[in-house]
Design a protein around this ligand. Sequence first.
Ligand code: AMP
Length: 249
Amino acid sequence: MKILVAVKRVIDYNVQIRVKEDGSGVHTENVKMSTNPPDDNAVEESVKLKESGKVKEVVAISIGEDKVQETIRKALAIGADKGIHVKAESYIEPLGIAKILKKIVEKEKPDMVFLGKQAIDDDCNQTGQMLAAMLNWPQATFTSKVNLKDKSVEIIREIDEGLETIEVNLPAVVSCDLRLNEPRFASLPNIMKAKKKPIEQLNAKDLGLDLTNRIQQIKVEEPPKRKAGIKVANVAELVSKLKNEAKVL
Ligand code: AMP
């Protein structure tokens, strides 16, 4: 069995985001970048399945500028076998990313595609769903547990009402939630070994796809600053303030 796992390079989740003065986006120069957090869970789960003997090969893919190779190398250091870098100089929205992933799926023929549930930069939560639709494969989203069987995969999903268990036939698209597992740190020897693992390079322009973005970003603004909180002496004062000042009671 083979897994293709999609990893996106994003601004590290600990970084305080700074919006550009002209509202055209956010500053990315000299900013720490990391793997999108749920993609770390997707890599961890793929590698665990490989270690359990159920999966033979894990291929990590990232789409973007040359620097995304660092993100691929990290997946290789965790335990992926090979990487694919699809070079793209500018932002491609989820529809385009899904089209590229479909092309690679047709070439690599994986049994499952693992993705993060959502990228923390664009917060789209679309790529996996679009890919499943284009491939006409079943999808399991917001996955918090994976039980891989011979021809299907049983998935526990986190939904508003609690935990939902579903079973989808393979091949399938699986998007991973943060609670799926605890991603490991790559050890130094594995980081060294990962340097020797192959990364295939392709150019998005050469794939014969229409990658024109359909969404136009008009403006990016800082969220309104939160006001400082206050301390109240007792419950009576709290209720009075909620009633008379906040007017929420
Ligand atoms: P999104 O639909 O943008 O929220 O992204 C969902 C998931 O799609 C991410 O967690 C990644 O697994 C994958 N993905 C999105 N963009 C890329 C990219 N440029 N390269 C690799 N994977 C990506």
